[in-house]
Design a protein around this ligand. Structure first.
Ligand code: FAD
Length: 327
């Protein structure tokens, strides 16, 4: 049997992250050519109820690692789980979402396995011998590097969220589920999370949102973001921001998109009053459709935009909101 593909299906608070299921979808597509199994790994303190989702999203086998010590993410413990499983399984590739957790875990698993790591891929192919050919944006998205690890075994790859599609969910009842005998073999976490406090709001996470309405200095002040909040509410979108407005204290840093903020890949990105500096583009250029609203026809954002609206956002955004509400 050909070496399998291992997918780390990240979960948080009892929910599987979409980014992990997207990695699973891509693993299933890659596995078809080589007739490989796709093994989904779910790690946490109480993950037994989460096996159905990877099964219905194409996994041919599910492995769960359940232990109270795994209730929150620990680089050391999670690395031990993934690397030990991989050492026995000898997968051609280990895939995960390029989330904060995925990016951290990938580097450590690769270091432990002495294998290659390719972060934040936007395209991924596999040759017959299992060698991966991965495409990843570099230099803030100005170039795309095509990377091929020299050893086609245990190649660790993170996939940018919202780029790879989910496999259509189908009921699956006969997928084998294996419970890993969790052993940390002397591994001790370097730090423990003693307390995690949710912020007061229940805002949509930008990196997972399929629609983002984003605002820049053209909004003129923090109070005017209400216009974007209203449009976002009508669209079911998240609200993002440029660094200029975060630096000005109009929005919190977690809303910042760009080189020194978050990287997002939504289906639709609506940039309002954002000039489109290269550092901002670095975080959003892989959005599928970009709509720019700016009163300066020469703003760089228009070079990137799928659709451009030259005009005053204070007129256009409320009109858009009304139109969306009437749909
Ligand atoms: P501006 O460049 O001031 O643009 C405002 C835009 O609003 C203009 O194009 C203007 O025409 C338009 N406008 C004004 N009034 C209206 C109106 N009424 N209707 C419609 N449009 C209007 N930036 C990021 O965003 N993210 C990053 O992560 C980031 N990282 C950086 C890292 C480094 C090392 C450096 C040096 C810079 C970084 N920057 C980043 C900053 C970046 O270079 C820009 O300064 C910033 O993106 C500009 O933000 P802005 O587009 O909101 O503001």
């Amino acid at each position: 049997m050909a070496n399998p593909i291992l997918v780390f299906c990240e979960q948080r608070d009892g929910h599987l992250k979409k980014a992990g299921l997207e990695a699973l979808g891509q693993a299933c597509r890659l596995s078809k050519a080589g007739g490989r199994d796709v093994v989904a790994l779910v790690v946490g303190s109480s993950v037994s109820p989460l096996t159905q989702e990877p099964a219905s999203h194409g996994a041919s086998r599910i492995v769960i690692a359940e232990d109270p010590a795994l209730s929150s993410y620990s680089s050391e413990l999670f690395t031990t789980i993934v690397a030990d499983l991989a050492a026995g399984l000898k997968p051609v590739a280990i895939l995960m979402g390029a989330t904060a957790m995925g990016k951290d875990l990938a580097t450590k698993v690769a270091a432990r396995l002495k294998s290659a790591v390719i972060q934040d891929c936007v395209a991924l192919e596999m040759e017959a011998d299992g060698s991966l050919i991965a495409t990843r944006p570099i230099y803030g998205g100005k170039l795309r590097a095509v990377v091929k690890p020299t050893n086609p075994l245990m190649q660790v790859v993170t996939l940018r969220p919202n780029i790879f599609s989910l496999l259509e969910s189908k009921p699956a009842s006969d997928v084998p589920i294996e419970r890993l005998a969790v052993s940390f073999d002397g591994t001790r976490p370097m730090a423990r999370i003693r307390d995690a406090r949710a912020t007061a709001d229940d805002k949509k996470e930008l990196t997972e949102a399929s629609i983002i309405v984003s605002g820049g200095r053209g909004l003129k002040g923090p109070d005017n973001f209400i216009l974007l909040e209203e449009l976002a509410a009508a669209l079911g979108a998240a609200v993002g921001a440029s660094r200029a407005v975060v630096d000005a204290g109009w929005r919190p840093h977690r809303d910042q998109i760009g080189l020194t903020g978050k990287t997002v890949s939504p289906q639709l990105y609506i940039a309002c009053g954002i000039s489109g500096a290269i550092q901002h583009q670095a975080g959003m250029s892989s959005a599928r459709t970009i709509v720019a609203i700016n009163n300066n026809p020469n703003a760089p954002i228009f070079k990137l935009a799928t659709y451009g609206i030259v005009g005053d956002l204070f007129e256009i955004v409320p009109l858009l909101t009304e139109e969306v509400k009437n749909l």
